[in-house]
Design a protein around this ligand. Structure first.
Ligand code: HEM
Length: 294
């Protein structure tokens, strides 16, 4: 909260006020400056780009068997001691992001994707490292040969005149980041909950954890951060998460497999948290299975 105040950003909290704010025509996602990212615009251009991304995401509903197998293989490959972030959440979110784009993604790509976090930046784009990482990814994706999937679909949409050149380049990264960052934080947090507090459904977990704590909007009185922590984990209104179905399905597959592994008991140590004001999740959390388990 202090962090927002320091930057002159008002805060809206409480479920009803937040729902109203998210639906308000007076509050826009567009800070000005003409970004081609669908996260940072409203109106016709937002609707048009969002329709293309929604079609891409629908290709993973329901989750194809090949992706389910890859997610389960991540959990099957965990040893008797593992970091919930590096060994579980990161590779699961990575294989899903790779399936969204239809491109193989290596560790270096995921490192850069994590570094772009601040580029969605609530504080006015001061983070040069985050912007450089996003720019490198945009260049890398524009040179990547893609199979069937999101990247090819974005290129087809460009060829058909549905996206301009800038929209094609930037929204490939926005889609990758949107599919990756919140899922990474959610899966790691949810894994920690399962390890320390026992089983709960994915929908309960995502609402309790709320990995994206705030969204930013711009109104007549300046910028406001709208809290999602009171039961709105996927947002609401024009920008509500179009990947929530995939996020829940991915969580169900990965967390069901993880819960089985943790069934015989475990210890949790070395828990460290990220300090980002918006994206909430652990940086590291080491689980050691009880001996005889796993
Ligand atoms: C637990 C995981 C996830 C959470 C908590 C989450 C949450 C959110 C939230 C709160 C927004 C709204 C941003 C705003 O209003 O400014 C959003 C937008 C978005 N999400 Fe998700 N998300 C998750 C996973 C995913 C996945 C797996 C995908 C893709 C397969 C995805 C794709 C997107 C896209 C493309 C947008 C931008 C929509 C727009 O601006 O119109 N998300 N997400």
């Amino acid at each position: 909260m202090d962090e927002f105040e320091r930057h002159g950003i008002g805060v809206v909290s409480g479920r009803d006020a937040c729902a109203r704010a998210l639906r308000s025509p007076e509050l826009t996602s567009d800070p000005g400056g003409g970004s081609p990212s669908l996260l940072l615009r409203d109106g016709e251009a937002h609707t048009r780009v969002r329709a293309v991304l929604r079609e891409i995401i629908a290709g993973l509903e329901p989750v194809p068997d090949s992706l389910r197998v890859r997610i389960e293989a991540v959990v099957a490959g965990l040893g008797t001691s593992f970091d919930l972030v590096r060994d579980f959440a990161r590779p699961v979110a990575g294989v899903v992001t790779s399936a969204v784009l239809g491109v193989d993604l290596d560790d270096e790509f995921l490192d850069r994707l994590e570094a772009t976090t601040a580029n969605l930046d609530v504080f006015g784009g001061a983070d040069r490292a985050g912007q450089a990482a996003a720019f490198r990814l945009a260049v890398q994706l524009s040179r990547t040969a893609a199979g069937p999937g999101g990247l090819t679909a974005l290129r087809d949409a460009h060829a058909a005149g549905r996206l301009d050149e800038d929209e094609l380049v930037i929204n490939a990264v926005v889609l990758a980041h949107a599919a990756y960052e919140n899922s990474l934080n959610f899966l790691a947090c949810a894994g920690l909950e399962l390890a320390t507090a026992g089983p709960r459904t994915v929908r309960e977990l995502v609402a309790a954890i709320c990995p994206a704590r705030y969204v930013l909007r711009f109104g007549p009185d300046g910028p406001v951060a709208i809290s999602l922590a009171d039961g709105l984990p996927f947002g609401l209104g024009r920008h509500a998460c179009p990947g929530s179905g995939v996020a829940v399905a991915e969580g169900e597959i990965a967390l069901t497999a993880l819960a089985k592994l943790l069934d015989g008991g475990c210890r949790v140590g070395e828990v460290r948290w990220k300090t980002h004001p918006v994206f909430h999740g652990p940086e590291r959390a080491v689980v050691t299975l009880a001996s005889g388990n796993g």
